[in-house]
Design a protein around this ligand. Structure first.
Ligand SMILES: [Fe+2]
Length: 197
């Protein structure tokens, strides 16, 4: 049997926007630099030795391509769970004030998620679980994913206003409709239509 990891620990990105990337992760995650030299930087936001590392490809591979030259394959997104819907939306509001907004806000049914792109277009998902019990999440997937495996988009500003005017998180976390199916949006392009179910 495969031994599962205990927790998510770090991501390493190759970048040609080294300084801009470090600043973005400091702003968005409250991260601090643990170690940095011209070619590499290691950042963390908690007691882990590093949560992110960046390899400066402009230094390591100066003739290898331009800043937007990325292949069609690679990491699609990495995901982070927040403690509560209030935390997720307070973070949304903080970032919006910094001029950083999600490219996709989607109720997956099992999570309420916001997707962001960093300056290089690397995609990440900030989420809150809709079900306290994984068995309930599994039951939802069996019931609803045949109709909609992607999710239903929502308006983050409307939800923020609802939360701040006292709507309980439980009301927003419980998805009441499986439709319409959202397109799969992308940080760096128009995205693409969900596969037909
Ligand atoms: Fe995800």
């Amino acid at each position: 049997m495969t031994i599962a990891p205990a927790k998510f620990v770090h991501v390493v990105y190759r970048t040609r926007r080294f300084d801009e990337m470090i600043e973005w992760y400091k702003t968005v995650f409250g991260a601090r630099v643990q170690y940095q030299d011209p070619g590499l930087a290691f950042l963390t936001y908690d007691d882990e030795h590093h949560r992110f590392a960046f390899a400066n490809m402009a230094l390591l591979d100066p003739t290898g391509g331009g800043p937007d030259d990325r292949g069609p394959i690679g990491v699609d997104h990495v995901a982070y769970t927040y403690f509560s819907l209030a935390d997720l939306f307070d973070h949304y509001a903080e970032l919006k004030a910094e001029g950083i907004t999600p490219y996709w806000c989607i109720h997956h049914g099992i999570t309420v998620s916001m997707y962001y792109g960093d300056p290089d277009g690397n995609q990440m998902e900030f989420q809150v679980d809709c079900f306290a019990d994984n068995e309930d999440a599994n039951a939802f997937m069996r019931r609803s994913f045949a109709v909609n495996p992607i999710g239903v988009e929502y308006d983050p500003d409307a939800w923020l206003a609802d939360l701040r005017s006292g709507t309980p998180a439980t009301v927003l976390l419980a998805r009441t409709t499986d439709l319409p199916v959202s397109p799969i949006r992308s940080a760096t392009s128009d995205g693409f239509a969900a596969p037909a179910g």
